[in-house]
Design a protein around this ligand. Structure first.
Ligand code: CAA
Length: 324
């Protein structure tokens, strides 16, 4: 609140992302990347000066934020970052590129990672903040995606971009940890996004079923339909519990590495199943643009891939249980 935000908790935030994504997941991801991925690390690790300068306009909604981790050769393997940071006096010289960055084309404030020594993997990485218009930094090509087509995804290009040391976010060589911690919370919001999409697809198919009858018998009396609708509703509710309980744990300041990954993994996988089943029930109607269910199916697939694939979530969860 002291930096211009609304002072709400993580649970309220998860519900907001869910409700927005129930109608428009493109708007949901735009907001989630802005809050969980761009604003959170500045809130958690930024200096007082950085919070005043960057976080306040982000929290007030005056500027848009973005998070640059993924690269052409460093997707799931985030420690393989190739964008370089070279220290020259009090300045850093950044070279390289980021890919698949939500809000990339128009973000005003971007947090990103770069390495001083690739052979050191996660221990060579530092996090930085760059502003739109900084010489040597430009957004690159926009992606033409299958789903979430209302959300912007673009490259970020660094060509001898000079940043003062005051743009370093957190300690030198701590960038990987800052970004992993950020992703822990980000995964709750991607779970909430997936939950909203699943609920939206479910709402649409239920409306459709209620209006439909075959040979004079309402479709809702069909036992296959009853069974499928029950399973979909149960899975959606289970996902909701995982997400809300992870958000509540974060509100208590507890570690949510495992819970965040579980929330994202489960919600995105059941979301895909729910959207597929909705189309199976609706048949050809489900494939047409007359109903938004085909859009929900295209949108949900990104939830299993973006902000860490389902397999990455399984790595994170298993390491929390079995150790590294
Ligand atoms: N919190 C704090 N520290 C953490 C951490 C966490 N959640 N996870 C790992 N660390 C620390 C470890 O403790 C370790 O520290 P020490 O070496 O000092 O002991 C260090 O970080 C390295 O950890 P690992 O050895 O576990 O690292 P790894 O290379 O094996 O990581 C991985 C594996 C979990 C799969 C990781 O690479 C990962 O999460 N990858 C997926 C990245 C991802 O989700 N990308 C999408 C980003 S979204 C984007 O860029 C665009 C957008 O707009 C959405």
């Amino acid at each position: 609140k002291e930096y211009g935000g609304m002072g709400k908790d993580n649970l309220s935030y998860a519900i907001e992302i869910e409700e927005i994504s129930r109608v428009c997941a493109s708007t949901g991801i735009t907001l989630a990347a802005h809050i969980s991925l761009a604003s959170y690390p500045i809130f958690a690790k930024g200096t007082e000066e950085q919070k005043k300068r960057y976080l306040t306009p982000l929290a007030r909604g005056e500027k848009i934020g973005s998070f640059g981790l993924t690269e052409p050769n460093a997707g799931s393997d985030a420690a393989g970052t190739e964008t370089t940071a070279k220290k020259e006096g009090d300045e850093w010289i950044i070279n390289g590129s980021k890919r698949f960055i939500t809000n990339g084309s128009y973000a005003d404030v971007i947090v990103f990672t770069a390495t001083e020594d690739k052979t050191k993997r996660s221990h060579g990485i530092t996090a930085f903040i760059v502003e739109k218009g900084t010489p040597g930094f430009t957004p690159g090509r926009k992606e033409d995606k299958m789903g979430l087509r209302g959300s912007n995804t673009a490259e970020l290009l660094f060509d001898n971009c000079r940043l003062p040391d005051e743009n370093r976010l957190g300690e030198r060589f701590e960038g990987f940890k800052v970004f992993m911690e950020t992703l822990d919370g980000g995964r709750i919001s991607i779970g909430a996004l997936a939950l909203g999409i699943a609920q939206g697809a479910f709402d649409r198919v239920v409306e459709w079923i209620k209006k439909k009858s075959e040979e004079g018998i309402p479709l809702k009396k069909d036992q296959y339909i009853q069974r499928t609708v029950s399973d979909m509703a149960t899975e959606i509710e289970a996902a909701r519990h995982l997400i809300y309980s992870a958000a509540e744990k974060k509100d208590k300041g507890e570690n949510i590495t495992k819970e965040g990954a579980m929330a994202k993994l489960y919600a995105s996988e059941i979301g895909t199943r729910v959207a597929m089943r909705a189309i199976d029930i609706m048949g050809y109607d489900g494939l047409t643009e007359a109903f938004p269910v085909e859009r929900y199916l295209r949108d949900i697939k990104l939830m299993e891939i973006g902000e860490g694939t389902s397999e990455v979530q399984r790595i994170v969860i298993s390491r929390q249980i079995l150790g590294r």
